[in-house]
Design a protein around this ligand. Structure first.
Ligand SMILES: Cc1cc2nc3c(=O)[nH]c(=O)nc-3n(C[C@H](O)[C@H](O)[C@H](O)COP(=O)(O)OP(=O)(O)OC[C@H]3O[C@@H](n4cnc5c(N)ncnc54)[C@H](O)[C@@H]3O)c2cc1C
Length: 413
């Protein structure tokens, strides 16, 4: 019997190949790099935030409106099943105060080794340095052209990932391969990416972190999007969880409105600043604002507010306090773009979900063709959501392909 061929040995491909082999199928896993799982190795800054402690419904909510597609995959394999599979392959994980799971060793390499052990124990056959160039559907099988020659397959599982961090091998090949077989591709774009800011003074603020701020992204012809969380200033612009989450909404240039004191209304803030001035006596305005914003931001924001930084606090009245409150609650920056697909953590867009059956992950257009992982038009927030989604969809796709081939859908571990 011809094998199931899985294309791309990231987490989705490793789970798909391992599970299909576990269900009794002959499986070949093709990887174009010399080593599998290169992106997995850099996840979580090398620590690999593999999953999240949140419940299933909250998990679904982290996929920006597309998460419902994941229900069947999460029913087949969610956190406990994944952690169990890793533990049986020698890697234990622990959760931190932000609901993020990491291996106890804090080494992404240990997770990769465990996933490889899982697949190899089931008998999957990994072939590296094998780039898939094209796939042709024949009446009863698939013909796969690779850099090492042609392979025939009973079924194909495409797990080539997105197109961010292309240095890891995820260069968007899968979109081209799927489009050739008739699938619609939602245009890929960077998600979870830092943003570039036009104002030159931002460079002097690099390294400054602003916890729990509210950020509004305003762009012509688009709905304004507001998010709250931690922000980090960088040499080129802004990053941090709140920005990464917003970045997928960017369509061109935009303005960013940052509220540094989101827990107070503007009049409350102005009154608090005025009170500070009254106690400030002989101090300069610039030295009275540390309770409201980080000291490094004082001069740029006073300049934006049109307030003289060296004016005596005792001479500043309500109008001045209101001007400063406005600058603190609506610090406006110009966004010129994301820092690009090469640095984004995930790809938004991908294979259109309407053409895939979520219960099996089989193509609705090409019987025997399956998809899993980041190649799908699904992207999640930071926090372990993308890796769990890649593993869960990989596992379901492997199980479904094996069941269709061998006719034993009940085959369990
Ligand atoms: C810096 C960074 C940090 C991240 N940290 C986290 C984190 O901590 N937690 C989290 O949940 N998510 C994280 N992510 C996202 C996560 O890594 C991805 O969502 C996940 O790796 C997707 O898995 P995948 O198997 O679908 O694709 P990938 O991991 O991209 O794997 C695809 C594989 O397919 C191979 N391939 C591509 N084309 C071909 C071809 N033509 N022939 C053969 N092989 C091919 C590639 O070489 C690659 O090995 C991070 C991403 C980045 C970039």
């Amino acid at each position: 019997m011809l094998p199931i061929v899985v294309i791309g040995a990231g987490p989705a491909g490793l789970l798909a190949a391992g599970r299909a082999a576990e269900c009794g199928a002959a499986v070949r896993l093709l990887e174009k790099n010399h080593q599998p799982g290169r992106k997995l190795l850099i996840t979580g800054s090398g620590r690999c935030n593999i999953t999240s402690a949140v419940d299933r419904d909250t998990f679904i909510g982290q996929f920006f409106g597309q998460g419902r597609f994941l229900y069947p995959a999460l029913q087949t394999m969610y956190r406990e099943e994944l952690l169990d599979l890793l533990a049986k392959s020698g890697v234990r994980c622990q959760v931190d105060h932000q609901c993020k799971y990491f291996p106890t060793t804090n080494q992404a390499g240990d997770v990769l080794a465990a996933l490889l052990r899982y697949g190899q124990k089931q008998g999957m056959h990994l072939v590296t340095d094998s780039a898939v160039l094209s796939i042709e559907k024949k009446p009863d099988y698939f013909e796969i052209m690779t850099s090492q020659g042609t392979i025939l397959a009973a079924a194909v599982i495409l797990t080539t990932g997105g197109m961010t961090y292309p240095v890891t091998g995820s260069t968007g090949d899968g979109y081209r391969l799927a489009a050739h077989l008739g699938h619609a591709i939602i245009p890929p774009r960077p998600a979870l990416a830092p943003l570039i800011i036009e104002q030159p003074y931002i460079r002097e603020l690099a390294g400054l972190s602003l916890p729990d701020v509210e950020v509004r992204l305003v762009q012509p012809g688009q709905k304004t999007v507001t998010r709250r969380g931690d922000l980090l200033l960088t040499h080129k612009g802004v990053s941090g969880p709140v920005i990464l989450r917003l970045s997928r909404e960017l369509r061109g240039s935009a303005s960013l409105h940052i509220n540094l004191q989101p827990s107070m209304t503007r009049p409350e803030l102005a009154s608090a600043i005025l009170e500070q001035f009254e106690h400030g006596g002989r101090q300069h305005i610039k030295n009275c604002l540390d309770g409201f914003l980080p000291h490094r931001l004082v001069i740029p924001l006073l300049a934006a507010a049109g307030v003289e930084a060296d004016r005596m606090a005792s001479q500043a009245g309500r109008r001045c306090a209101e001007q400063i409150a406005l600058a603190i609650s609506d610090w406006t920056l110009t966004v010129t773009g994301t820092q690009g697909i090469h640095i984004a953590m995930v790809t938004a867009g991908g294979i259109a979900l309407r053409e895939i059956n979520p219960s099996t992950l089989e193509s609705r257009l090409v019987p025997g063709l399956y998809f899993a992982g980041e190649i799908l038009d699904l992207d999640g927030d930071t926090g372990g959501f993308n890796l769990q989604a890649a593993c869960s969809t990989g596992y379901l796709a492997g199980q479904s392909a094996a069941a269709a081939l061998l006719g034993n859908p009940g085959n369990q571990r």
